[in-house]
Design a protein around this ligand. Sequence first.
Ligand SMILES: NC(=O)c1ccc[n+]([C@@H]2O[C@H](COP(=O)([O-])OP(=O)(O)OC[C@H]3O[C@@H](n4cnc5c(N)ncnc54)[C@H](OP(=O)(O)O)[C@@H]3O)[C@@H](O)[C@H]2O)c1
Length: 345
Amino acid sequence: MIRTGIAGASGYTGVELTKLISNHPEASLEVITSSSYEGKALTDIFPSMRGFETLVCEAFDANDLAGRVDMMFLALPHKVSMAFAPQLIEKGIKVVDLSADFRFTDAKAYEAAYQPHSATDLLSESVYGLCELFREKIKSARIVGNPGCYPTSILLALVPLIKAGLISTEGLISDSKSGVSGAGRSLSLATHYCEVNESFKPYKVGNHRHTPEIEEILSQTAGKNVAITFVPHLVPVTRGMISTIYATANQGVTLEKVRETYTDYYKDEPFVRLLNPGEFPAMSHVRGTNCCDIGCHLEPSGNRLILVSAIDNLLKGAAGAAVQNMNIMFNLPETAGLDAVQTPL
Ligand SMILES: NC(=O)c1ccc[n+]([C@@H]2O[C@H](COP(=O)([O-])OP(=O)(O)OC[C@H]3O[C@@H](n4cnc5c(N)ncnc54)[C@H](OP(=O)(O)O)[C@@H]3O)[C@@H](O)[C@H]2O)c1
């Protein structure tokens, strides 16, 4: 059994992790930490867990965690994670961090989008945790920066086609939509019921912090600087994410070739599902799963390629991917704890 702990278990991704690890066949949940709910039972925060979970929130103390856990999930805001992670690594505890603090290879890119980084040594060691792309490096990592939800939905659709040279790296556009849980559990005016319900709006147009994260991986893939126009939108659903991506197919590329490329790239991947020709993803078809569904269409009149990908932002976009990363880091079956089939309701 891999002994795990969750820092920030009182948040949305933290509680998803609690649920996943509680049902994991080869991992146990030993500790949950919270700064606001120290001493409170998790069931006091999330009454749906009554009768199934007995853990009580503790204050975060790396000294106390040594010997109790093999790894920690940090389901914390950025900046908090970079303060906690070095203490854990020093104690020999592996880390999967769900914040942005350990996602970047380039510290300057991180600092331009976020704030000064206080653990740059670990940043240069950390592995970007998009399992389908970086599995080999994740296997031996001490610290993994779990990808952002929008980047996951966009990179899984674009990377295979860029690697195969099927699309231009110029003029990429992603028009993306997220459910409101993407903003986390803390209160904000922008996510109040009355602000969100029966409405639909773009936000952070031109300055969303996921843009440099997406561009870093696209640029690594292409071997040159790649830019993307990324426009996120908030939709009045609790969970789910769809990215509709517009790319220019290179001369002579057919839809069959695009489909063949995806099929080949993802043939051994349990969590990426290429839909049949003419089918496109729905949030309801991935909700509650660790899957990314991809549909594609090539305009008959030209070279415009439309890619649509859908994930559950709290699972493949956060907690599910974090468990997938843990499975890889500890040489467990990659689907362990993630293979429950959900209904669309
Ligand atoms: N929501 C998503 O769909 C999603 C997707 C991908 C990645 N992420 C990332 O995952 C991380 C967690 O997101 P979330 O949606 O779960 O957020 P959340 O619901 O707001 O939860 C964040 C947790 O962090 C703890 N926390 C807040 N400030 C803290 C501080 N100063 N010191 C210690 N703990 C603090 C809070 O608990 P206490 O106050 O009780 O400690 C809370 O449980 C974020 O970095 C987010 O960007 C989220």
